[in-house]
Design a protein around this ligand. Sequence first.
Ligand code: AMP
Ligand code: MG
Length: 273
Amino acid sequence: MNVKEYLASSSNQIVLSHFDADDQSLAPEGKKESKKELKSLRKQLVKLQQVLYAESKHKVLIILQAMDSGGKDGTIRAIFDGVNPQGVKVASFKVPTPLENAHDYLWRIHQKVPANGEIVIFNRSQYEDVLVVRVHELDPEKVWKKRYEEINKFERMLANEGTTILKFFLFISKEEQKKRFIERLENPEKQWKFNPGDIEERKYWDAYMEAYQDVIDKTSKPYAPWYVIPANHNWYRDLVISHIIVKQLKSLKMDYPEPVENIHQYLDPLQNS
Ligand code: AMP
Ligand code: MG
């Protein structure tokens, strides 16, 4: 699967206004066949995570950003189904608490980054501080403008210290969001997800797209790349993201740590005990 076309880089500048949220071009075999592939990717991920945890050498940070109803929760559920919860954590970033607000914006973020052997998934992230903060002018422009550079430096530091960083913007269309909101309003099992503020937020769609475009243009780096994922179809979104994560973990060339010396010598006394 050639996921490069979703990778934002200097040689592949992604323009959100032209990006197709319905795209399924990397899975020509369609939804049904892809379910099998997703299952196999999940199995691989479970194994890779086991080695990551055992080896306790690499740190993995996965950042998920999306518009409301963009599928962050569903992605986490679908992809990490079955992994060992000891080594995987989710950190969700909401409206900052008074304590968080009394600190710099990276303070709460830094506390949640992965340790050796861990995978941490950020459900929203430091990028809210150049997204919602920018769109709603929660801080003046001269404050948030500096943050792109600061975030790049922060992520560079994490990468230098052994963190693999992957960033995903789950891209749904405005039409798809409307469909999902209606579903939330009508389906009793989804009504709990509905937040009246989401309707107000939807009015700022274009401003958000502009803010996301800047995020992608300014903060997609080889050490912390942004992938823009077509996310109108959940199965396709899950397939592409799993593929990228599995590929990245494989490239770490991890292995179980060496067992203690002469491990077999312990077998006899144990069997006779
Ligand atoms: P949800 O993810 O639906 O539970 O919503 C969390 C809300 O917190 C979203 O509306 C975010 O925009 C908001 N949020 C997250 N981080 C920040 C931040 N740094 N400043 C202001 N609002 C934020
Ligand atoms: Mg919400």
